[in-house]
Design a protein around this ligand. Structure first.
Ligand code: NAD
Ligand code: MN
Length: 368
């Protein structure tokens, strides 16, 4: 029997609530397959900082080093509460960025999917959604502005300033471009390369390197699009996109927009893949505005588990079962409040109940 060790970082805010649902799914998969998951709880984020003075304590690093895969809930506090933590130890700078750097998780997969029958979740008109939304954003995750040298001080005019560097070299661009092309090759063979080459030199390099890598993928059509225009097209005609590849900052912003066009960030899972380690997390944050109320949508976290099953453990069939189970819960007329508008005829369920319904759907599918 295969045994996989999974470091579980429940995180802050809605993190523990949605993580609990994801763990239900892992336990279900374990019962039905010749596999066991050893789930190791790991302190990470603002909670860890209050306990230990570190967002990513040494013991947590060691547990993540040991694990076969990492399942991470969102971390962070609201803007006011965050001020209690020194800037360098706040969960992004003190936890997430060091984790991404440590495991070199350069390739971030953020799928955005909404079948036509769930078009009512989206703020877009049904005629724009057509036969559904289905694209994936591939975001470079360990370079660019988020990882460049940072500097603050007082300049010669006596004014406070902050300076951060945006740097990419051709190796960084090439490796994420290859991931983009390989993903496109398995799908509709169309790759949108998103950049801002009319202004940024880093984007000129990006565009050039993507073009060079493209010679190895003659079967994939490359479409270059400026990031600001891409933001518009995502709203006006998301169906034109299949695989989109972009640098770190652009990917952060456009993937939240993708959540918006689906109808909720709660529909955005993700996988962060490095050469020797992967971690899985929702694309969204800890949603302090709804934390502790059993109303968060756990789809993003359960979907992250599905991505883990497929990408880390080679269990594609089980992953597909999980996606289908979640769709069938929605198709049955149930959803968490983020997706149910009053009068839409949808039955609202809590975080817990959504998780239970997914398990019931998995069970029912298995009995057919
Ligand atoms: P957010 O993504 O937490 O929330 C934005 C909006 O989306 C909120 O209205 C929230 O209620 C809603 N939302 C998000 N996830 C949802 C879910 N699963 N179900 C239902 N609704 C959901 O963004 P924010 O409020 O700007 O940030 C809150 C905290 O999260 C900050 O501390 C931020 O730094 C942190 N953050 C962490 C990560 C991460 O852990 N990877 C990513 C982004 C933001
Ligand atoms: Mn983000």
């Amino acid at each position: 029997m295969k045994n996989h060790q999974i470091a579980v970082l429940a995180g802050d805010g809605i993190g523990p609530e949605i993580t609990e649902q994801a763990l239900k799914v892992l336990r279900f998969v374990e019962r039905r397959n010749e596999v066991s998951f050893e789930l190791i709880p790991v302190a990470f984020g603002a909670g860890a900082w209050f306990e230990t003075g570190r967002s990513f304590p040494d013991a947590s690093r060691e547990a993540c080093d040991q694990a076969d895969a990492i399942l991470k809930g969102p971390v962070g506090l609201g803007v006011e509460a965050s001020k209690k933590i020194p800037p360098d130890e706040q969960p992004e700078r003190g936890g997430i960025l060091p984790m991404r750097r440590r495991y070199d998780t350069f390739a971030n997969f953020r799928p955005a999917r909404l079948p036509a029958e769930l078009a009512h979740f989206s703020p877009l008109k049904p005629e724009i959604i057509g036969d559904g939304i289905d694209f994936i954003i591939i975001r470079e995750l360990v370079g660019g502005l988020y990882f460049g040298k940072k500097e603050t001080g007082v300049n010669q005019r006596g004014l406070r300033y902050a300076r951060e560097h945006l740097e990419y070299d051709e190796f960084q661009i090439e490796r994420i471009a290859r991931v983009g092309f390989e993903t496109a090759r398995k799908r509709r063979k169309k790759l949108h390369s998103v950049h801002k080459s009319n202004v940024l030199k880093s984007s000129v390099l990006w565009s050039g390197v993507v073009g060079e890598v493209g010679r190895d993928f003659p079967d994939v059509e490359v479409v270059e699009v400026l990031v600001d225009a891409a933001a518009t097209y995502l709203c006006l005609d998301p169906g034109q996109f299949d695989v989109m590849v972009m640098e770190n900052l652009f990917g952060d912003i456009l993937s939240d927009q993708a959540g918006g066009i689906l109808g909720s960030l709660g529909l955005m899972p993700s996988a962060c893949i490095g050469p020797g380690k992967a971690y899985y997390e929702p694309s969204h944050g800890s949603a302090p505005d709804i934390a502790g109320r059993n109303i968060a949508n756990p789809y993003s976290m359960i979907g992250s588990v599905a991505m883990m099953l497929e990408m880390s453990f080679g269990m594609k069939e089980e992953a597909d079962n999980v996606w289908r189970a979640m769709q069938s819960v929605f198709a049955g007329g149930y959803s968490t409040p983020d997706l149910s508008k009053p009068g839409s005829g949808v039955t609202m369920v809590g975080t817990d109940e959504f998780g239970d319904r997914v398990i019931a759907a998995l069970q029912a599918a298995g009995q057919k």
